[in-house]
Design a protein around this ligand. Structure first.
Ligand code: SIN
Length: 494
């Protein structure tokens, strides 16, 4: 474990006197019943803050506020909407240290990653500020002389944005920035484990001058009353969700009642393929970056590491030697490369996947146990398993933890078949120095995001989203704003 720091003192300094509130319309307010729920630090188990526990009534009030704000916001000229998004991005960057530290306290990730996430989150605001000014329509040549055909793009309307605990800032702005850029108004619900970052952003939204009701933030311990209210209300035209495939499927069912548009960014099972002709050093650092980012808790983390037979021993030695040097510890400690897992359920999944792999013939090269020897900890040593196979749980399911199973393969055809043999299709990575292979493999992999010699492809400028059961729609990139726009056709008879 990395050396200890004083998380309690840091939390007291940043959060001590804070009374976090919901943001609904022009008001910061408590839940009507006065109910709150506890947010605690996954590294220490200590209470960080109590936040309002909203239910159906507060959700309804947030929808009312978003409905009321819609006409003025959608009618605001795009350059003005863009300027407000840029201002919010600037404020986030000015408060980067505070926001990043609060994120580390509630989510656990190392502080350098939290700082990076704040910059990443702000980049969506800047990117979509630009896109707000490029919501072009078109004209189409008509088949008859006395008609003109116009195609307009207009905001979808009121949208609900449901965000996950693993990226408390970036997943919010990746949805909110295109929604606001398009002229939509929003009700945001951050994950119950990590609402503090979003509640801090609520204050910056108001400071930036974004009008009341355009952004509403509702926190709740139980997401069901929130989603029941949202899905029953015809005025909410779209829901965007990032989270598990199981919950995504429930939302698809719920959306049927009022036929809502959906964007879903769901689970993955990313293959990371190292061919014999890869640059070994680049492949090793890439595998570490992809596998252990956020302690293995991203939807795009390498889950199955396929290594071609000719380079397998060399790769596994170099990889294991680097992994065994990674320090586990509180994310506030600058030495920590690996923070805590989010909760005990996450720890139990890691435990189960390792046990299953060992039972089925894999061998442990490093890790495989809690980092501080305690059974009640969320800290887990980064783990490397060799001689893993595709039928093990660790290869069939998303582990969402710091466990790297290395699977040997012989040929390009075989590994493509294995990589595609999953219901998921979010991200895939491969390392090779053969340019023809780069094209062949990139085209053959059934995934929405491909990292070719690149372990960290995510960026505001590119579309992010998955094939198959990894989701619907794309976030980021030029197409990210389409998710928040309706297409209207006007036929003008002369
Ligand atoms: C995610 O895990 O869903 C987001 C990761 C990223 O944006 O790179």
């Amino acid at each position: 474990m990395a050396t200890t720091i004083e998380p309690r003192a840091v939390a007291a300094d940043l959060l001590g006197h804070r009374q976090y509130k919901l943001l609904i319309g022009n008001q910061f307010r408590a839940a009507e019943s006065g109910a709150t729920f506890a947010v605690s630090n996954p590294a220490t188990g200590e209470l960080l803050s109590d936040v309002p526990d909203a239910g159906a009534r507060e959700t309804q009030a947030a929808v009312d506020a978003a409905v009321q704000a819609l006409p003025a916001w959608s009618g605001t000229p795009a350059p003005q909407r863009a300027a407000l998004l840029r201002k919010l991005a600037r404020l986030m960057l000015e408060r980067q240290e505070r926001l990043a530290t609060i994120m580390t306290l509630e989510q656990g990730k190392p502080l350098t990653e939290s700082r990076g996430e704040i910059a990443y989150a702000a980049s969506f605001l800047t990117w979509f500020a630009g896109e707000a000014e490029r919501i072009y329509g078109s004209t189409v040549p008509s088949a008859v002389p006395n008609k003109r055909i116009l195609v307009l793009r207009q905001p979808v309307g009121v949208v609900a944005l449901i965000t996950p605990w693993n990226f408390p800032a970036a997943m919010l702005t990746r949805k909110l920035a295109p929604a606001l850029a398009a002229g939509c108004t929003a009700i945001c619900k951050p994950a119950e484990q990590t609402p503090l970052t979003a509640l801090e952003l609520a204050e910056l939204v108001i400071e930036a001058g974004i009008p009341p009701g355009v952004v509403n933030i509702v926190t709740c311990a139980d997401p069901v009353p929130f989603s029941d209210t949202i899905f029953a209300d015809d005025r909410v035209r779209k829901v965007s969700f990032t989270g598990s495939t199981d919950v995504g499927k429930l939302l698809i069912r719920s959306s049927a009642t009022t036929v809502k548009r959906l964007s879903l960014e769901l689970g993955g099972n990313a293959p990371f393929i190292v061919f014999d002709d890869a640059d070994l050093e680049a492949a090793v650092s890439g595998a570490i970056a992809s596998k252990f980012r956020n302690t293995g808790q991203t939807c795009v983390c390498a889950n199955r590491i396929f290594v071609q037979r000719g380079i397998y021993d060399q790769f596994s030695q170099a990889f294991t030697s680097k992994v065994s040097e990674m320090l586990v510890g509180n994310g506030l400690d600058p030495q920590s490369a690996i923070g805590p897992l989010i909760d005990d359920q996450a720890v139990q999944k890691v435990r189960l996947h390792i046990a299953d792999a060992l039972d089925h013939g894999a061998q442990l090269l490093t890790g495989g146990e809690p980092a501080d020897g305690s059974e009640r900890t969320n800290f887990w040593k980064p783990t490397v398993l060799v001689n893993a196979t595709t039928n093990m749980l660790v290869a069939r399911e998303e582990t969402f933890g710091p466990v790297a199973p290395l699977i040997a393969f012989e040929s390009e055809d075989e590994v493509i078949r294995q990589a595609n043999d999953t219901p998921f299709g979010l991200a895939a990575y491969f390392f090779t120095q053969n340019v023809s292979r780069v094209w062949r493999v990139a085209e053959a992999l059934e995934y929405g995001i491909i990292g070719a010699n690149d372990a960290l492809p995510s960026t505001a400028q590119a579309p992010f989203g998955g094939f198959k059961q990894s989701g619907l729609g794309r976030e980021g990139g030029a197409v990210g704003i389409d998710e928040y726009l309706e297409v209207k056709f006007v036929s003008l008879e002369l």
